[in-house]
Design a protein around this ligand. Structure first.
Ligand code: COI
Length: 355
């Protein structure tokens, strides 16, 4: 697969790069940004000429709809550097498709492929020094779109800004991840925006997650809003459960994000002979499996988090610790995924795209 890089982009470069002032070994996730950003506005029914310019703040009218109605969507992607200093993207077509599905659900204009892909390709090409070599080093890519039209009438904006910013990143979580299974709060409901990568899906989780953090848990595993009996996803990751030697994960739905890491792990696991069942997993099944010892692993999967083992979960105020096992599916799958992303193994799926 190749990138479509046809769109004409105006490029204004920084006069001097800040790269030498960055301590790449000690970066906390999402706090450091590269020298440039990509910007393309939508006005009067048309996408305007795109620009790459120095990373800097910008002004918006206080009545811009993004501030009042949260009309905002985003994506999370990564670029990787291989041993030969080549830079690679992982399944960017999947992120672009999901971005445009999110745009449609939030009554925003879809971003044409040539703008999305040219912006991505040319911005990363300009910032390739920011992609560091070595397993675990990545450049996190954050495409996003906000409603910039002014006026507090509760109706879709007529003006939007599509941007891409880049942030060198190592791991998302530092330390162990323990989770609480949701019994009261919900992340999404049927017919809602749970499958969209809408900003509000994330801010709506901040309060319940803050309560979980206060009890010593890093994340919540959301359950279905109607019955709170089915395990769905953790807010920053999809989740997998290994019971004996079968890997389970919930099917994507109107309530669950169609994660690129999730579907890639399913393909790798199936290719390598791991039995995968994509079906709803009941909270009661998980608790039973934890009690009888058949629950071997729980792990999250997402672009930022990659594959993150979960060390234990709490349900109805009882804490269940996961066993420490050899031959972990999470670690095997993470290694195989990373090997493809960093070009250490053959990409038999055709997922990687050179910048
Ligand atoms: C990602 O994994 O890229 C996400 O978008 C999740 C985000 C909350 C960091």
């Amino acid at each position: 697969m190749g990138l479509n890089t046809t769109s004409e982009i105006d490029i204004v470069r920084v006069s001097s790069s800040k790269i030498d002032s960055i301590d790449f070994e000690n970066i906390s996730f999402g706090t450091t940004f590269t020298d440039h950003m990509f910007v393309c506005d939508f006005r009067e029914g048309n996408w305007q000429r795109p620009q790459i310019k120095p990373y800097e703040p910008f002004l918006l009218d206080p009545s811009a709809k993004v501030f009042h109605y949260g009309q905002a969507i985003f994506e999370g992607m990564k670029a990787y550097k291989d041993e030969h200093d080549d830079v690679w993207l992982f399944r960017p077509d999947q992120n672009m498709d999901r971005f445009n599905k999110s745009a449609k659900r939030m009554a925003m204009p879809e971003v044409p492929e040539d703008i999305f892909m040219s912006g991505l390709h040319q911005l990363i090409d300009l910032e390739r020094e920011w992609v560091k070599k070595g397993l675990g080093n990545t450049l996190y890519i954050r495409p996003f779109m906000i409603a910039i039209g002014s006026g507090v009438i509760a109706a879709p904006s007529t003006q939007y800004r599509f941007m891409i910013i880049l942030s060198p990143a190592k791991s998302y979580y530092s330390g162990e991840v323990k989770v609480i299974i949701a019994e009261h709060f919900s992340r999404a409901a049927n017919g809602g925006i749970g499958a969209a990568k809408a900003a509000g899906n994330y801010s709506a989780q901040f309060y319940p997650t803050k309560l979980a953090n206060e009890k010593g848990f890093q994340q919540i595993i959301w359950t279905d809003d109607a019955t709170h009996t089915k395990l769905e996803e953790a807010g920053t990751m999809n989740v997998f459960f290994r019971i004996n030697d079968t890997l389970f994960t919930a099917p994507t739905s109107e309530r669950i994000l169609d994660g690129v890491t999730r579907k890639s792990l399913i393909s790798i696991a199936e290719r390598d002979g791991i039995n995968v069942e994509v079906r709803s997993v009941l909270v009661s099944e998980l608790v039973e499996a934890a009690k009888d010892g058949s629950l071997k692993e729980v792990f999250g999967a997402g672009t930022a988090a990659v594959v993150n083992p979960i060390v234990g979960f709490s349900y109805q105020d009882v804490y269940y610790e996961l066993p420490k096992i050899e031959n972990s599916f999470a670690l095997q799958l993470k290694d195989k995924l990373n090997s493809i992303q960093y070009k250490l193994a053959d990409d038999t799926f055709g997922w990687t795209v050179k910048v």
